[in-house]
Design a protein around this ligand. Structure first.
Ligand code: DHB
Ligand code: FE
Length: 281
């Protein structure tokens, strides 16, 4: 058996990794952000996940504008960190969980989600950043299954479709046979509101961020009323990364309870959010 212990949603601004490398966590700019991870670490110590399914968006490391899968699942034995050019040190590979990956792929495709399967996949700051924030000293103790959602190039998958994908991942995990029981944590990496380019560079929408985050516990399909264009308007052209949070939330399948929440504006150009939800039952 396998069980989803909860979902962690986390910002992935690259400069966070520079701050960790420079040991700047206690400096005034960073403290309110890093303090938000204390409750998350305490929760992780309690639930002790074996595997993290990391829903994120690839930033040009595997997929570029010439080939852009809407949804892709990593099925690799390990995931190497590509050099992204942000001045972030490149880190050692993360161990995968190929059995769980292939089970997800088979279950998702049987469930009418025609995902791209990736037997090799590089990871970028959207994976290395939450891994370092969540497991600062032992990030390789947890195996990973990366899942990508296109939030980079129109047309994006609809919020409705992302919610359905998350539910299908939740069903896939619950039908996985493992002995002893495998504890799976979902991670949604990205968001919240931000826009890095153009005349709206630096755009942040706190009211929308808070409505969205609140909806994940009170009314999880609320955001499905918005089209891709609406999401860009409301949350910025990279704020669309919130689709990764929605997917990770939907995998809980049913009511969720908020365990931890921190919101801090800005980190770089981004509204930084950290959220932990667990199954309410
Ligand atoms: C920033 C945010 C992102 O989501 C990203 O992928 C890269 C940079 C930023 O705010 O600097
Ligand atoms: Fe990003």
């Amino acid at each position: 058996m396998a069980r989803i212990v909860g979902s962690i949603m986390s910002t992935h601004v690259p400069v966070i990794l520079n701050a960790i490398t420079r040991h700047e966590e206690s400096e005034p700019y960073w403290k309110p952000f890093f303090d938000g991870y204390e409750d998350v670490h305490a929760w992780l110590d309690e639930v002790r996940p074996d595997v993290a399914v990391i829903v994120h968006n690839d930033h040009g490391m595997n997929f570029f504008l010439d080939k852009m899968p809407t949804f892709a699942v990593g099925c690799a034995p390990e995931y190497r960190h590509g050099d992204e050019g942000w001045g972030i040190p490149t880190v050692a590979p993360y161990p995968g969980d190929q059995d769980l990956s292939w089970h997800l792929v088979e279950s998702l495709i049987a469930d009418d989600f025609d995902v791209t399967t990736c037997q090799e996949m590089l990871v970028d700051h959207a994976v290395t950043n939450p891994m370092k924030l969540l497991w600062p000293d032992q990030e390789r103790a947890v195996r990973i299954v990366p899942v990508t959602v296109n939030t980079v190039m129109f047309p994006y998958p609809s919020a409705k479709r992302c919610f359905a994908l998350g539910e299908a991942i939740g069903r896939a995990v619950s039908s996985y046979r493992a002995e002893p029981e495998l504890r799976v944590v979902m991670i949604g990496s990205g968001g919240l509101s931000h826009q890095l380019e153009g005349t709206r560079a630096g755009y942040i929408n706190k009211a929308f961020d808070l409505d969205f985050v609140n909806s994940l516990t009170t009314d999880p399909t609320w955001v499905t009323q918005f089209s891709g264009e609406d999401l860009v308007k409301e949350s910025g052209s990279q704020g669309v990364e919130l689709l990764t949070w929605l997917t990770a939330r939907a995998a809980i399948l049913g009511a969720a309870r908020q365990v931890a929440w921190n919101y801090h504006i800005p980190i770089s150009n981004t509204a930084a959010g950290t959220l932990v939800l667990e199954p309410a039952a």
